[in-house]
Design a protein around this ligand. Structure first.
Ligand code: SF4
Ligand code: SF4
Length: 389
């Protein structure tokens, strides 16, 4: 496999998309809809968000026009790949009444071919890897997720325009993907509009063989490195990760949780946009005749009171304890459960929080108020592995 970096132009990117479509992939990439960059089916470069930039800050998202034709000149789309592989509403099964009882239909028969993700960011590839760990690599495999993930082809793009809420550099996930891609693009705009392409897998090399390329020059490679270096310097926010798990365990009774609860609306937006959140609930529906029944799995959120309901009441009836649960899980107990942070630094929970609550600012406030560090803390309670952490 030739791993030398190659150069393709904009027509080459179009050829790449067409090569993936010809192989039967459902090609999903960034596109503009309703004033925002979102992921959706695409058939070529004309569907990509040409010449736009996203201004992001706490509770702020605006698309602005750039003075060039960049196709990847924005930070994180509104959502990562989560809805592609783990949809907000998953039909688990459908049953039809029959003379002898009922017949169960397999909803997987309706699914299109494998997905090719175009333009995946480093933070979102890490989030996919986290979902793979949680939903596929452990004792219980989520078959629905595993089927959607099977055969995924990834064309990643190094981030050159971090948003004001991004902090992937400080949590070590970006701005340039290190693994998890078949092909990695870096968009170069200075002389001509072209892309440096790095091959990650033999599948990637096979698809790239269908596209006219030239071998990248040393100056192309340097220019691509500069794109990533500039993005790292312009990262909007920082999260100090040193001792974070112990800090959160030691802060279980911090008055800061009351402070954040006075601002939090418990709207659940942060968990819905978060690419690593995976909590769900299950509901059954029937049609009016009672002849067809369906079971759906839908996204749920630890910010809703109902989520922690067990017989007799909710375990976390106050917003204070719900925010504490979410943040302590993301940044602390996730490390005990899965051996990694549950946050990839995409900043979406900051951008899309209507109350402008900022997980990096909350972590910094806890750190500022914390007592001097002692020995490593034990988890406050055992956290079982399952769908309701
Ligand atoms: S932190 Fe913000 S987005 Fe999350 S539930 Fe509270 S108000 Fe909603
Ligand atoms: S907690 Fe916030 S910044 Fe971290 S991965 Fe989730 S949405 Fe992104």
């Amino acid at each position: 496999m030739d791993r030398r970096a190659q150069i393709i132009d904009v027509q080459g990117l179009q050829d790449l998309v067409e090569a993936l479509l010809a192989r039967g992939y459902t090609v999903v990439g960034p596109t503009v809809r309703d004033g925002a960059v979102v992921l959706g089916p695409i058939s070529g470069v004309d569907d990509l968000p040409r010449g736009v930039h996203d201004r992001q800050d706490a509770a702020l998202y605006r698309l602005e026009t750039r003075d060039d034709d960049a196709l990847f000149g924005y930070a994180a789309p509104v959502q990562g790949a989560k809805p592609v592989f783990f949809p907000a509403d998953e039909l688990l099964w459908r049953a039809h009444r029959s003379p002898d009882g009922f017949d169960v239909e397999d909803p997987d028969g309706e699914r299109p071919g494998p997905v090719a993700l175009i333009g995946a960011r480093a933070c979102d590839l890490t989030a996919v890897d986290i979902h793979d760990e949680v939903l596929m690599r452990r004792r219980y495999v989520d078959d629905h997720y595993a089927r959607r993930r099977a055969g995924t082809f990834v064309v990643a793009v190094a981030c050159g325009e971090p948003g004001g809420t991004c902090f992937c550099a400080s949590v070590g996930t970006g701005p340039c993907p290190r693994t998890g891609y078949d092909l990695l693009l870096t968009e170069l705009l200075e002389a001509e509009h072209h892309f440096l392409v790095e091959v990650g897998t033999s599948r990637g090399a096979d698809v790239l063989a269908d596209v006219p390329t030239t071998v990248a020059t040393p100056s192309d490679v340097t220019a691509a490195g500069d794109v990533v270096a500039r993005a790292t310097e312009r990262m909007g926010r920082t999260l100090e990760t040193e001792g974070l798990r112990d800090l959160l365990y030691a802060s279980a009774e911090s008055p800061r949780w009351d402070d954040v609860a006075s601002r939090c609306l418990a709207c659940t937006s942060c968990t819905l946009v978060c690419p690593t959140c995976f909590c769900t609930s299950v509901g059954d529906v029937t049609d009016l005749t009672g002849d067809v029944a369906e079971r759906h799995r839908v996204w749920d959120s630890c910010f809703s009171e109902q989520f922690s309901y067990i017989h007799g009441g909710a375990l976390r009836s106050e917003t204070r304890s719900r925010y504490r649960q979410w943040m302590t899980h993301k940044l602390g107990s996730w490390q005990d459960q899965f051996g990694m942070l549950g946050c990839v630094g995409c900043g979406r929970c900051i951008t899309w929080c209507p109350a402008a609550i900022d997980i990096t600012a909350e972590a910094a406030a806890l750190r500022a108020a914390a007592p001097p560090p002692g020995p490593p803390a034990a988890p406050p309670v055992p956290v079982p592995t399952g769908v309701r952490p």
